[in-house]
Design a protein around this ligand. Sequence first.
Ligand code: MF3
Ligand code: CO
Ligand code: CO
Length: 260
Amino acid sequence: MINIYDNQSFEKVREAGSVASGALDEVYKIIKPGISTNKIDEICYEFLNDNNSYSAPLYYRGYPKSCCTSINHTVCHGVPSEKTLKDGDIVNVDVTAFKNGWHGDTSRMFLVGDVSVKALNLVKATYDSMMKAIEILKDGIALGDIGATIQEHVEKEGFSVVRDFCGHGVGKKFHEEPNILHYGKRGEGLKIKEGMIFTIEPMINYGKFETKVLQDGWTAVTRDKSLSAQFEHTVGIKKNGYEIFTLSKKGLDFPPNKND
Ligand code: MF3
Ligand code: CO
Ligand code: CO
């Protein structure tokens, strides 16, 4: 069953989404070569707690941390640790706030020090593919239109769309129906409706799309060890458009390199 949410529910997700994106704005302040992913986790944990929220990932199906930190060839669900970031890394930080019974789920890429042009191109293509897909959202479009928009944009650049993970409905539950595939054919799949709330969170690989999960049971990496990038917003569908619930209040949705 796919939930259709009213204005009051939209307001709840707006509040949760704002806390999740606020946590990423805090991460932006401290991210640089030499900091550990545990430090990022601590920043997220504290920001959520300071804002009347909890981290939804913490203890979710046994997940041990408050956010996911996915570096370079890690596709998603990288687990924070004492590992430190180094100059040239690209890292996705994924935060889900649970506030007053509702969820807001978002992730961004961060550029650590000086990043290669190759990595930057992947990060930009990933962000642009997500935004292009968001821009077509309104009552009546097909799920396949979302997937096709993302797939066409990134494949044009020679990149590939991860198949093993997808976006999802979100609301009172962290993950609910429908699944949002980031590839597909225009016109195919169910038609989205006003009042739906879901995430769009494309994972795009520099090389092939295959992934594998490491021994820890969480960390997903590219099989060919190529770089991978991801962005995620939580969106609500309206009659003639959409609302993004997880925009940065500081304009940091596409974090610029601090050296710029
Ligand atoms: N936030 C991720 C998503 O976008 C899910 C993380 S689940 C976790 O759906 F357990 F790995 F944290
Ligand atoms: Co998500
Ligand atoms: Co997420």
